[in-house]
Design a protein around this ligand. Structure first.
Ligand code: GTP
Ligand code: SPV
Ligand code: MN
Length: 588
């Protein structure tokens, strides 16, 4: 079997493990990725020759390619995602659980000989800045050249990772095989106690790019609990005032609920002199600094962003970010090889090729791009990339924002009274399901801290961990709840996108204790006139509706929270149930 390892590493743990996995999967060749430009070209050419990548219009999209997934493999599969801890209790009631022996046994059967006739790519990568003591090294073994090329964009991939690992044994062991894409043989298994991930039968995003949700969140959250930090589904942004003061904010919204857009926002004209910088758009690792503040690092190196809804009006910075060297997955293409999705330039094309490669005509009831079609773009393409993205200690966080996609109940913005109340807010956010995961779309479910699909251990313990962090964070960020998605008569009440700056400005002012607030039973809200609405063409009634707190709706909300809490039994921290009772009492 051809093997290109020798010139890259002499790490005996790594070589032994790769050898063992190659023995199991029986690939024709083992190719070690070094992350070089040369390698990118070679892998891309190979992918193009096999039809795995389709070149796009080289003039309009230099260095960009399209990939079409198998139509049954276009989103995360939460029902096929498992946390394989020794006991079911450790995985908790919100995760699927399989005993490690059973999972290894079942998957070993699937992996056995699964790479015959194929190449096994050894993808060394780092989550977090190279050389940072907080970063984690992972090795993903995959038979997918698409995965290897995506990991090259999304992580610090290649020789740098092997250098950082040195002779160490503390790397995440990730094994991925595309298999025959039969959903009956699809398993995304996490072994937090072994720092290992085995993923079989999917080539899609969060199922297959193991550094992202699998390592940086599921395994990451488990390590965070053990080591005293937090791995969160949060964007990180810096907002600079006209006076030059930069405030860093982290925000958790569930999948396809606005993180990338918020992280890349352009403040409206009214906010002259205000600037937003992106640190991250999906994942934050939060640690307590020596100064007692919470410091955030983005472990990723690129964006795996939702395409539909991304356009020159909603997110010009994302459009600039995807202008070159970007991989597109499951978008539509125009006759002349340009990418297209719903929301882009009106609907001016009479004919397109849809995400499945089929002809599409204007007026067709089917979407041309898949609702969960995505772009994979390097962070360095982002015109507003923060200059602190590679800082090994990260950036200090002044505000944490929780949000969801809610047509009703939840007002535009609210501030928690204190850390414990803020943790309650985060732990109880509800959100309508989206196309980011398979299953029904638009159903409200509790999605604590936007981590329901990503917490690698018992969520009751996770809540306790959040509450315990208070003891260590002597200078904690303020905590907020937002909702950009409230509707009336089926239409969004709040214009969203860049206009969210108006809410962010209030949050920043509150974080610096520069502005007052109005107390309600549920939290603090902006006083009349404190959210700057000038230059915004929405009626006062619309603003009222977007910010309204309806007592009856909130009673229902707090009751449904009780149901959600019950499943955790005595692993639910008493402080959370107390918060609920307190709020109910205040409402009465
Ligand atoms: P993941 O990558 O799945 O974690 O998603 P995300 O949280 O980064 O969401 P993203 O920013 O990609 O937005 C998802 C969808 O919501 C897109 O179709 C956006 O156009 C839409 N969206 C984002 N922000 C807003 C907003 O402020 N208002 C409204 N109405 N829609 C928004
Ligand atoms: C999400 O679903 O939250 C994503 C996309 O960011 S995936 O990488 O598929 O998890
Ligand atoms: Mn996400």
């Amino acid at each position: 079997m051809a093997n290109t390892a020798t010139n890259l590493t002499t790490n005996k743990h790594l070589l032994a493990w790769v050898g063992e996995m190659a023995e199991l999967c029986q690939p024709d060749a083992v190719v070690w990725c070094d992350g070089s430009e040369d390698e990118r070209k070679r892998l891309t050419e190979f992918a193009v020759s096999k039809g795995i990548l389709i070149p796009l219009n080289a003039e309009k999209h230099p260095g960009c390619y399209l990939h079409r997934s198998n139509p049954n493999d276009v989103a995360r599969v939460e029902h096929l995602t498992f946390i394989c801890t020794k006991t079911k209790e450790e995985a908790g009631p919100t995760n699927n659980w399989m005993a490690p022996d059973e999972a290894y046994g079942k998957l070993r059967g699937l992996f056995k000989g699964s790479m015959a006739g194929r190449t096994m790519y050894v993808v060394p990568y780092v989550m977090g800045p190279l050389g940072s003591q907080h970063s984690k090294v992972g090795i993903e073994l995959t038979d997918s050249v698409y995965v290897a090329l995506n990991m090259r964009i999304m992580t610090r991939m290649g020789k740098g990772a092997l250098d950082m690992l040195g002779d160490g044994n503390g790397f995440n062991r990730g094994l991925h095989c595309t298999g025959d894409l039969n959903p009956e043989r699809r398993y995304i298994c996490h072994f937090p106690q072994d720092n290992a991930i085995w993923s079989f039968g999917s080539g899609y995003g969060g199922n297959a790019l193991l550094g992202k949700k699998c390592l940086a969140l599921r395994i990451g959250s488990y390590l965070g609990k053990k080591e005293g930090w937090l791995a969160e589904h949060m964007l990180i942004l810096g907002v600079e005032s006209p006076e030059g003061q930069t405030t860093y904010v982290a925000a958790a919204f569930p999948s396809a609920c606005g993180k990338t857009n918020f992280a890349m926002m352009i403040p409206p004209k009214r906010f002259k002199g205000w600037k937003v910088y992106t640190v991250g758009d999906d994942i934050a690792w939060l640690r307590v600094g020596d100064d007692g503040r919470l410091w955030a690092v983005n472990p990723e190196n690129g964006y795996f962003g939702v395409a539909p809804g991304t356009d020159w009006a909603s997110n010009p910075n994302a459009m600039k970010t995807i202008a070159k060297d970007t991989l597109f997955t499951n978008v539509a293409v125009t006759k002349d090889g340009q990418v297209w999705w719903e929301s882009m330039d009106g609907n001016t094309h009479d004919e397109l090729t849809d995400w499945q490669g089929k002809p599409w005509k204007k007026g067709s009831p089917d979407k041309a791009a898949h609702p969960n079609s995505r772009f994979t773009a390097p962070a360095t393409n982002n015109p507003i990339l923060s200059r602190n993205v590679n800082d090994p200690e990260g950036v200090p966080i002044s505000a944490i924002i929780f949000g969801g996609r809610r047509s009703d109940t939840v007002p535009l913005v609210m501030q928690a009274f204190n850390w414990g109340h803020g943790v309650f807010m985060g732990a109880t956010i509800g959100s309508e399901t989206t196309a980011a995961a398979t299953g029904k779309v638009g159903v409200v479910r509790r999605d604590p801290m936007a981590m329901l699909p990503f917490c690698g251990y018992n969520m009751g313990d996770y809540f306790a961990h959040w509450l315990e962090m208070q003891k260590k964070v002597s200078n904690p960020p303020k905590i907020f709840l937002v909702n950009w998605f409230r509707k009336k008569d089926g239409k969004f009440l709040w214009p969203g996108y860049g206009e969210n700056m108006r809410v962010l400005k209030w949050i920043v002012d509150r974080a610096h204790v520069r502005v007052g607030a109005q107390e309600t039973p549920l939290g603090w809200v902006p006083k009349e006139g404190h959210i700057d609405l000038s230059g915004l063409s929405i009626s006062p009634e619309q603003v009222d509706a977007a910010t309204n707190i309806d007592v009856d709706e909130w009673k229902k909300e707090l009751e449904s929270t009780s149901e959600f809490f019950q499943q955790f039994g005595d692993r639910l921290p008493k402080a959370l149930e107390l918060q609920r009772q307190l709020l109910l009492a205040r409402l009465a």
